[in-house]
Design a protein around this ligand. Structure first.
Ligand SMILES: Cc1cc2nc3c(=O)[nH]c(=O)nc-3n(C[C@H](O)[C@H](O)[C@H](O)COP(=O)(O)O)c2cc1C
Length: 44
């Protein structure tokens, strides 16, 4: 069985919403890419 994944990085949530829509449409698993270090200047 073929597995499809969608991976995304999102700081503001915009890309997260798009990734969720893509994953849903493609019946894909969704994985968030997390920075190893926070963007301290922006607090994210
Ligand atoms: C601190 C920071 C720096 C970024 N620098 C760049 C950059 O130099 N070039 C670029 O194409 N995208 C840059 N991005 C955008 C991200 O790669 C990514 O496309 C974006 O955060 C996703 O959109 P969203 O956070 O609005 O969901 C940066 C994002 C952050 C949070």
């Amino acid at each position: 069985m073929t597995r499809t994944i969608v991976t995304f990085f999102s700081a503001t949530g915009t890309t997260e919403m798009a990734a969720e829509a893509l994953a849903k449409a493609g019946h894909a698993e969704l994985y968030r890419i997390e920075p190893t270090e926070r963007y301290t200047r922006l607090g994210i």
